[in-house]
Write a protein that binds this ligand. Sequence first.
Ligand code: SF4
Length: 352
Amino acid sequence: MIPPHNIYIHVPFCISKCNYCAFFSRACENPDWHEYENNILREIAHWAQLLGRVHVPTVFFGGGTPSLMPVKTFENIMSALRNSFYVDSDCEITLESNPGTIDDEKMAGFIDAGMNRLSVGVQSLDDTKLQFLGRRHNARTALNLLNAAVARNIRVSADFIYGLPGDTVSDVIKLCGDINSLGLNHCSMYELTLEPGTPFANMQLQMPSNDEMADMYNAVGDNLSIPRYEVSNYAAPGNECKHNMNVWDGAPYVGIGRGAAGRVLIDDVWYEQLGGGVRFEKLSPGARAIERVITGLRMVRGVGLDKDVKKIINMDYVHAHGDLIRTTANNRLAATPRGMLVLDDIILNLVG
Ligand code: SF4
């Protein structure tokens, strides 16, 4: 029997490229949505044939800028998913959005077609910083979108970036205060990193030191009114992103669209796949267990200690480093708050 599969659909278009962005996305004012939709529908048909009518607990439209998509395209993709799989009645259906690409009417259309969670790329509430990041919107547009989404009674999340050149702990504390006053139940807080090939990588920026970044990271955890549940994610209990939690926990998921990755489970065999049929290869239980440790330890609740994970974990390291990592009452292995700051080192020591 084939278990439920979460579904990630990649939308690779943006109005323009941000200065820090290394995501697979293309600046394109007028994408060929007809061609895009046909490709996605073809992939959905392929997976329906391979997996059968499996349950789908979550669908996540990520980008790029999925909110650029016409409502009709979204509707047709959702219809194809519903016709091909059992999309659960309480399925979490998330759409990533950028301010300025979605008005009230468009939001209503997405909601009518099933979207029940909107993730907004706010990034900053300071117009000078937004300009520096190469964003197309200002703080007012972002706040208007957040308020409009909250008024529609859907789940709302906002992404922010901190650790820009010149940022201090006080800046981060102020940002957290501003976010708290928005009353959000979920937000993602990302440290700015300089990725090769981006405009920022060639700009000789004076970035905060590792110690300053660590202080800012701790300040976020201490000053946001909602708790951290993953390295970069914060939510009021019960408002965590179900899609990401499932994926980090090691549940199967399908990636649809070029640039989307998935981990598919058929007859107890794991497969690594890339959207567009670019790759579909077997993954050994050991390799899959290592992936689960890497993603699972990013969550505050940690990784489940099932038999495959137990096989690859160096428990001597765990016993010797209780200040960094510990087993929990519900048979999980979790990093301590101190351990969260050195996760890469921990993982290297745990799985060699
Ligand atoms: S909107 Fe997001 S995906 Fe698009 S260029 Fe900016 S950071 Fe990259």
